[in-house]
Design a protein around this ligand. Structure first.
Ligand code: AP5
Length: 209
């Protein structure tokens, strides 16, 4: 059974690779970003509370994220394992996850800041199926439309320049300390996230061997 965590700065390609790998391994892909965006879109009370933090590029309070994630995580873990993307985001969340489930491997995606900004600024997302495109690197067949369902692609509110800058700072301050935490625990493997999605996917596979 695989129990994998994907770590890395915003725009490193975690979501793109998680979607591929979860299919290959047949494990649940749990993305706290996707779960939170679904709660925002549904207008639930946690979604309404999360919205302002997300749009500004700040972390959503831990208790709110946990309330959304916990039950799904236990369910996935009890069955065929999980690929957890975007969680944990700080040391408190890392300690919380340890109380509930066991993690085997933590993959850290590494990409220079210039490319992170380029990928985030060019991202366009399908509001229906959440597939991510990029106007520079991963354009859809018909400009502005999702290849899968034809929906009009949108830009995430947190991909505006001010929010990108906040997200990069939050990553450096709150999330990057997890790298040494997981290295000390012997769980960390790093992945060079430059190059095409196919090249990165090959590195992910070899890091998991
Ligand atoms: P979340 O959705 O997790 O965002 P993130 O971590 O900032 O990561 P991104 O989704 O921006 O990037 P990614 O690495 O997945 O890259 P992607 O594959 O999309 O979180 C959003 C917000 O929710 C947070 O800011 C916070 O407010 C809240 N939140 C979430 N989890 C939380 C938690 N645990 N605690 C508290 N708050 C939480 O790719 C990016 C772009 O690049 C796309 O356009 C893609 O097409 C393109 N691309 C991908 N790979 C390549 C490649 N190899 N070459 C060229 N282009 C590529």
């Amino acid at each position: 059974m695989h129990r994998i965590v994907f770590l890395g700065p915003p725009g490193a390609g975690k979501g793109t690779q998680a979607a591929r790998l979860s299919k290959e391994l047949g494990v649940h892909h749990l993305s706290t970003g996707d779960l939170l965006r679904a709660a925002v879109a549904a207008g639930t009370p946690p979604g309404r509370e999360a919205r302002e933090h997300m749009n500004a590029g700040r972390l959503v309070p831990d208790d709110l994220v946990l309330a959304i994630l916990n039950e799904r995580l236990r369910h996935a873990d009890a069955r065929e394992g999980f690929l957890l993307e975007g969680f944990p985001r700080n040391l408190a969340q890392a300690r919380m996850i340890e109380k509930n489930v066991h993690v085997d491997t933590v993959l850290s995606f590494e990409l220079p800041e210039r490319l992170l900004i380029e990928r985030l600024s060019g991202r366009r997302t399908c509001p229906v199926c959440q597939t991510a495109y990029n106007i520079v690197t991963q354009s859809p067949k018909v400009p502005g439309r999702c290849d899968r369902d034809g929906a009009e692609l949108v830009q995430r509110p947190d991909d505006r320049p001010e929010a990108i800058s906040t997200r990069l700072t939050v990553y450096a301050d709150k999330t990057a300390p997890l790298l040494s935490y997981y290295r000390t625990a012997g769980l960390l493997r790093t992945v060079d996230a430059t190059g095409t999605p196919e090249e990165v996917a090959a590195r992910v596979r070899s890091a998991l061997r």
